[in-house]
Design a protein around this ligand. Structure first.
Ligand code: ATP
Ligand code: MG
Length: 611
């Protein structure tokens, strides 16, 4: 059996010198924190609605700061296309979100009603999310690059009552399907400019006429606040339900895993259509009272280095797909940018190849800290902490308050349960299904209208994540692969991540996706799809060289037997390699649900949809 743990021996741990941190990390003693921390402590750090009326995320994120005299502080700094910036203070955000709540009230939108967005990173989105919470309604963001069908499907599943979007997106993606969405009563255009489309409203005009609501809705911790569709990497997207109590987890994880301090300039690059864009692009930074950068444009290496330098970003939260893109652009692009303000880099969304961790150290001057979580968990669960040694290729250790384990699986991949208790894998470096003990605040409370699918996520006292992992003797977890992606070859279980990471160590390889293809003798053999760095030709010679390179490092049983060059790997909107699609294309099978595919060819498309 093989997985990341053995691969790690090629990469020494990155030893952290705590004293070298410009700001004292929030978490210094991991063992003590795990022993002493309870979620009630995190809840006590929250203010709660004035008069003990309940808990509302918007109050914790915005109005609390105003009440405590920090209304003039810059909350959000938007970097526009030309590199110029516009800012919103905490006071401005309180006012704007209060007005948005009033607009909803005026439209008769109430508690629990769903407000959707189909928008890029525009200021209107941020006031709308918070205003929706203030009104006691439920927010559901969609990727602005979705086509009409995925938009229709999600609005329908979520019974969307309000949709916030732009004129161009409305015309192209919503108007054609509007008739089939009877629940959708109001479409608010953020750029109507005084002349909305038929059957839509001008948001700016409504906001100008509204007075901020006087009192925030007295939501309770278990009231629904957010509906988030999963990335759809493995199949039909699920609508995960999150409640106001989640803010306790956003607060605690922002402290422990992202090391947020009020004086930070923090930049989360996630698209607002994905859960990271809400949990860590909006809620966690605002609850901590930091200044958060929002780049209104899409990923571009030169632009990103400029933003890091010119905005003096101190804490940066990004994703493997973005880091790989920067690596592909070459280290020279970082030269000349003063990144000295940067003190912490974290990554989420996919396994982070060890190569990328070390590249951060070499090129940005800081290693990248991988962390793991899912739409369902609502917040970071396992992380390489600021003050903890990093093991490149590992996702780190469970956060305080989080109990993680590996559940044994039978030959069919089903969790093994005995006497009502899941059987846990205990030996170091043995693979099992990553499982979490239910009960943390940002845990999803269900899949909307899919009770059975929700129930199947639990067995023997644990929430099953669908991911396979190992744990080393020091408690670091190592991602092996999604349950469905693991390859069985001649009796070996092969995790695609380790093979992909090895391929990326070859100097010509920019990115790789690995699948299993049927083989009469071995059951399955490993096939790799490789994207080359600029300047490399896809020759047969290079093909053989890369296979040989992998074979030397991984052994013949694990290394790819087959290798194809490709110019674009298919990815989800949130940047994950869609291995199931590589596989169905390879086998000539139906492609299944591709609603979250970035583009039909898998080519990068701008995140921001232009008219
Ligand atoms: P779907 O559930 O619809 O198939 P998805 O699982 O990709 O889609 P998300 O909730 O956005 O939807 O992604 C969570 C998944 O992403 C995790 O279960 C894991 O497979 C992967 N992931 C996230 N972070 C990491 C990480 N640091 N290391 C390895 N895998 C990660
Ligand atoms: Mg998932």
């Amino acid at each position: 059996m093989t997985a990341g743990v053995e691969g790690a021996t090629r990469w020494p741990a990155i030893t952290k010198d705590v004293a070298a941190f410009p700001v004292r990390p929030n978490l210094l003693d991991y063992d003590a924190a795990r022993r002493d921390f309870s979620w009630d402590q995190a809840r006590q750090a929250l203010a709660g609605l004035p008069g003990g009326r309940g808990l509302n995320i918007a109050y914790e994120a915005v109005d609390r700061h105003v009440a405590e005299g920090r209304g003039g502080k810059e909350a959000l700094r938007f970097v526009m296309a030309d590199g110029g910036t516009r800012s919103l203070t905490y006071g401005g955000l309180a006012d704007g979100s209060g007005r948005f709540a009033a607009v909803l009230q005026g439209l008769g939108v109430g508690r629990g009603d769903r407000v959707f967005s189909l928008l890029g990173r525009s200021p209107a989105l941020y006031t709308a999310v918070l205003g929706t919470f203030k009104n006691g309604s439920v927010f559901c963001p969609l990727f602005s690059a979705f086509g009409p069908e995925p938009v229709r499907q999600r609005l329908h599943l979520g019974a969307g009552r309000v949709l916030l979007t732009t004129r161009a997106l409305y015309r192209r993606k919503v108007a054609p399907v509007r008739d089939s969405l009877p629940d959708l009563r109001h479409v608010l255009l953020v750029d109507a400019d005084g002349s909305p489309e038929p059957e839509t409203l001008d948001l700016a005009e409504l906001l100008a006429q509204a007075d901020p609501i006087g009192e925030i809705a007295d939501t309770q911790p278990e009231d629904m606040a957010l509906l988030h569709f999963t990335s759809g990497t493995t199949g039909t997207p699920k609508g995960a339900i999150h409640v106001h109590d989640a803010v306790a987890a956003h607060y605690a994880t922002g402290r422990f895993a992202l090391d947020l301090h009020p004086d930070d300039i923090y930049w989360c690059t996630a698209d607002p259509g994905w859960v990271t864009g809400t949990s860590y692009g909006i809620i966690a930074p605002l609850v901590h009272g930091v200044t958060a950068i929002v780049d209104e444009e899409e990923l571009d290496a030169d632009r990103w280095y400029r933003i890091l330098a010119e905005q003096h970003v101190t804490v940066w939260y990004t994703a493997p797909t973005a880091l790989r893109m920067l690596m592909k652009a070459g280290a020279g692009r970082a030269a000349g940018h003063d990144l000295s303000a940067l003190r912490f880099i974290a990554s989420v969304g996919e396994p982070l190849n060890p190569e990328a961790v070390v590249w951060g150290q070499d090129v940005l001057g800081l290693p990248v800290h991988d962390n793991w979580w899912q739409t369902e968990t609502g917040g970071i669960m396992i992380a390489n902490y600021p003050a903890m040694d990093i093991r490149p290729g590992s996702m780190g250790r469970p956060l305080p308050g989080i109990e993680a384990a590996l559940v044994a699986r039978d030959a069919d991949g089903k969790p093994i349960v005995k006497d009502g208790q899941a059987v846990l894998v205990t030996g170091p470096d043995t693979m099992g299904e990553l499982a979490l003990r239910p009960g943390w605040p940002s845990m999803f409370r269900g899949y909307l209208n899919e009770e059975e699918r929700y129930r199947r996520c639990f067995a023997g006292g644990w929430y099953l994540t669908g991911d396979l992992a190992k744990r080393d003797g020091d408690g670091y977890f190592w991602f092996v692969g999604r349950g469905d992606d693991v390859i069985k070859s001649s009796g070996h279980l092969i995790g695609p991540f380790e093979v992909e990471s090895c391929l990326m160590e070859h100097p010509a390889v920019a990115e790789a996706g690995v699948i299993g293809v049927p083989d009469p003798v071995a059951g399955e053999v490993v096939k790799a799809f490789v994207e080359l760095k600029p300047g490399n030709e896809p020759t047969e010679e290079l093909q053989l060289e890369i296979i040989g390179f992998a074979r030397k490092r991984l052994g013949a049983a694990v290394a790819p037997r087959l290798l194809d060059f490709t110019t674009t790997l298919p990815k989800t909107r949130s940047g994950k390699i869609l291995r199931r699609l590589l596989k169905s294309r390879e086998l000539g099978l139906p492609e299944g649900d591709t609603s979250t595919l970035e583009s039909p060819a898998g080519a990068a498309v701008p995140l921001k949809d232009q008219p």
